[in-house]
Ligand binder design. Sequence first.
Ligand SMILES: Nc1nc2c(ncn2[C@@H]2O[C@H](COP(=O)(O)OP(=O)(O)OP(=O)(O)O)[C@@H](O)[C@H]2O)c(=O)[nH]1
Ligand SMILES: [Zn+2]
Length: 293
Amino acid sequence: MTTGKIIKALSGFYYVIHDGEVYQCRGRGNFRKKKVSPLVGDIVEFKAEHKDEGYILSIEERKNEFVRPPIANVDQALIVTSAIRPDFNALLLDRFLVLVEAKRIEPFIVISKMDQLSEDEKAEMEAYRDMYQSIGYAVILSAVSDSASMDLVQSHLADRTTVIAGQSGVGKSSLLNSIDPRLSIDTDEISESLGRGKHTTRHVELYEISGGLVADTPGFSSLEFGDLEVDQLPECFPEFVAVQDGCKFRGCLHNKEPKCAVKAGVEEGSISQQRYDHYLHFLEEIQNRKPRY
Ligand SMILES: Nc1nc2c(ncn2[C@@H]2O[C@H](COP(=O)(O)OP(=O)(O)OP(=O)(O)O)[C@@H](O)[C@H]2O)c(=O)[nH]1
Ligand SMILES: [Zn+2]
């Protein structure tokens, strides 16, 4: 018996990678009785006499799981946002960060098209980088023409399973294309699946890149908070979590409550006012969400 990871599911076959070799497998095991179906990203026990004739015997418990795209055990999300064209949008970046945090996936941020900026605009992006880094996020300022930045992005993909997220036109395809041309074809569809809700059932495939695996489908098909409850939102802001023990009330929403450590942090400047404003914006959005039955 061998352990591997499913990188593709197609026409009843699961393609399992082990030690750089791909085995074509069918499902045959306990999980079928339990009505669990294998997902791309699943870590499985399998048995294969030949590379095109294997069987999946069991599925390891999932660390996390997406419905759209259907994928499990994602380690990190690469959030691409452009510095310009489309303009840098901190509200949208924070929205992506919340969605990623809610899935307990580690985000890493790339701010693209740095080659198109004036010195002042560059300084503004560097200030954003420093702010997000102070929260604990990895941030890379990139340009396709700046090979050192491309190498940095590539090194972040090693040994992990990554989904990519970002608005249309920010440079996701260009980035991946410069790292590995095999990914460029499918990512062209990212805008369509994000923007118009098409391709929602197309299959996901994980590609091997510098020892890691990258999904060829966008990480989010919707930017809505869906099932996220009000009390989960503060947990999606690591800089709030870091100080929340100082709030007078347990379960403080850092809004109208007195003696709130988050609000104190905003006031003294250790927490970004803009991040806090975005938090309130999302809080209101979730509170006003129509109940769904
Ligand atoms: N100057 C500059 N232009 C870039 C950079 N990265 C991407 N672009 C340009 O930005 C435009 C959009 O890039 P794409 O890679 O297609 O963006 P995308 O995020 O994949 O867009 P969708 O496929 O619509 O989701 C293209 O014209 C790219 O050439 C960069 O680092 N610098
Ligand atoms: Zn508080």
